[in-house]
Design a binder for this molecule. Structure first.
Ligand code: 5GP
Length: 128
């Protein structure tokens, strides 16, 4: 079944300027902003400006220009926030939740970039 995009989701409203955000980086195809409920000292959301629901939707249907811009912007956020090991930072985790099993709250594709502390094991409760 093809993806259908709900343009009333909260990130669509942020992209339209209807809801404020703390922007970290904006490029031609990408917006990065601070998560409203940070789970770590660094918690930035990176979203494409295009109407994509999940990682696989974006990866299969976005243009090469969108994918390159998004990927480079995510790397720039890692550098800007000081978590990139290549720049002397202590590391980070990238998460992208999708659908009900992935416990995706906002149906607009996004990366979480988390860092600034030891994040623990990725999936501590696999049996849940
Ligand atoms: P998901 O569960 O979809 O992967 O993550 C959605 C994220 O969006 C959550 O971490 C949540 O805190 C964040 N979030 C939800 N509403 C807003 C908002 O209005 N502004 C910002 N900056 N983040 C939001």
């Amino acid at each position: 079944m093809p993806y259908s995009y709900d343009d009333q989701n909260i990130f669509a409203k942020i992209l339209r300027g209807e809801i404020p955000n703390e922007t970290v980086l904006e490029t031609e195809h990408t917006l990065a902003f601070k998560d409203i409920q940070p789970g770590a000292p660094v918690h930035v959301l990176v979203i494409p400006k295009g109407a994509y629901v999940t990682f696989d939707h974006f990866a299969s249907e976005a243009t090469d220009a969108e994918i390159a811009d998004f990927t480079r912007a995510a790397a720039e956020v890692c550098r800007m926030t000081g978590v990139s090991p290549g720049e002397g930072g202590n590391g980070f985790r990238v998460i992208s939740n999708a659908g009900p099993d992935g416990v995706q709250e906002v149906p607009h594709y996004h990366l979480h970039i988390l860092g600034g502390k030891v994040l623990g094991r990725m999936l501590p409760n696999l049996k849940d």
